[in-house]
Write a protein that binds this ligand. Structure first.
Ligand code: FNR
Length: 379
């Protein structure tokens, strides 16, 4: 009732609570090329649209008289007791979504204020060591794009360990950029403009590759980076990564049950089911439709999920289909663009309130109860 009561006292809502309104507002406030980069996807973007629409063909049967007026949204994950099952998916361009270009830090601040953990991307405008303290006591994970230079990959992992990140999420579906017409039509790829490379430019191993520092010659540094990024991982590389760190290791971008089983055999600690929000390959199947098979194949390993989550009830459906935690992607980039840290806090609190309210009225006192209730496919 907070929003209604505030309005009674003349404090009208500053930010919308629904995705469609938020996206419209973000389109008005972001520079067009940044908006296109965030909003766009692969090809005619039908996989991206299908991801979100597919939630409509899943439904949950309500349960009653079961004490759901008291709820506990917490979930255990790798020894972290998360207060809720939501997390912030890695978004590489997030710095550009903040008016001060410190979107990574603003996101960490919102994470601190809400307890919703962030998965910090490799592609940032602030180095990971600068971002981490702003998350306060909320744990965070580090998303790793591996490099063709193994020493550099190792250096990023070591830095993540030292900076206090609580797990490594290695993304395997984006070793090159997908066919994104909105960006191709404007000739824009932020990474190639040198944005979002703070983790590289601050890395001693990377700097040792350069004749002149990135401060003296940023274009040469970007050229150097383009030469070593774009590393397509193989299963044997996963063994190498596994041997590199004792932090929990997750693989992001797995949708096929055989790949999930294989990742499990290679000793990963968690699976991250995602099709990158339809930004990498068009023509796929909505990620939410593949989640049940992924969960079965994960055979008890935690499964993180994203792609198309736009509301608290979408998150509830993903939990009912077996996700351990649910990632918010594009919606949080828009919230940051519209209202900075406060806007993002408002959005996360709104998503959590919607999820909590759904669990209350639909009769599911906990994420475990939601999972037990399951979701049914509706025509
Ligand atoms: C992403 N995503 C992403 N994933 C990743 O592992 N590393 C990254 O750096 C990025 N960067 C990135 C930038 C932008 C602008 C977007 C929109 C997405 C993918 C992201 O983590 C997540 O999988 C998708 O955003 C999920 O889809 P929806 O729900 O946002 O449509």
């Amino acid at each position: 009732y907070e929003i209604y009561l505030d309005a009674l006292e003349g404090r009208t809502p500053k930010y919308p609570v629904d995705f469609a309104s938020l996206e419209r507002k973000a389109a008005e406030s972001l520079p067009p090329w940044v908006y296109s980069y965030v909003a766009g996807g692969c090809g005619d973007e039908h996989t991206q649209r299908a991801n979100a629409r597919a939630f409509e063909h899943w439904g949950i049967v309500p349960r009653m008289l079961n004490g759901a007026e008291q709820r506990d949204l917490s979930v255990p994950l790798f020894g972290m007791d998360l207060p809720s099952p939501l997390f912030l998916a890695p978004i590489g361009v997030i710095g550009l979504c903040s008016q001060d270009f410190h979107g990574d830090i603003r996101t960490a601040e919102a994470s601190a204020r809400t307890g919703v953990p962030m998965v910090a991307s490799t592609f940032t405008m602030d180095a990971m060591e600068e971002v981490a303290p702003h998350a306060g006591t909320t744990p965070g994970l580090f998303q790793l794009y591996t490099s063709r230079d193994k020493d550099l990959t190792e250096s990023l992992v070591r830095r993540a360990e030292r900076a206090g990140y609580r797990g490594i999420v290695v993304t395997v579906d984006a070793w090159t950029a997908g066919w994104r017409p909105r960006d191709l039509n404007t000739g824009n790829f932020p990474q190639l403009r040198g944005h979002c490379l703070a983790n590289y430019f601050s890395d001693e191993t990377f700097r040792a590759r350069l004749d002149r520092s990135p401060e003296e010659d940023p274009r040469a540094a970007v050229r150097e980076w383009t030469g070593i990024w774009g590393n397509a991982l193989r299963w044997e590389d996963l063994d190498w990564l596994r041997s590199l760190t004792r932090l929990p290791l997750l693989v992001k971008g797995l949708c096929h049950p055989d790949d999930v089983r294989r990742a499990r055999d290679h000793g990963v600690d968690g699976i991250y089911c995602s099709n990158h929000g339809g930004r990498q390959a068009n023509g796929g199947i909505p990620a939410i439709d593949l989640l049940p098979e992924v969960v079965r194949a994960a055979d008890g390993l935690p499964v993180l999920f994203d792609s198309g989550v736009r509301s608290g009830t979408d998150a509830a459906k993903a939990l009912a289909l077996g996700a351990t935690a649910v990632g918010i992607g594009r919606p949080y980039a828009y919230a940051l663009a519209v209202g900075g840290t406060d806007g993002l806090v408002h959005q996360l609190r709104s998503l959590l309130a919607e999820l909590d309210l759904f669990m209350a009225v639909d009769g599911h006192p906990s994420p475990a109860a939601l999972r037990a209730a399951g979701a049914r496919r509706v025509p």
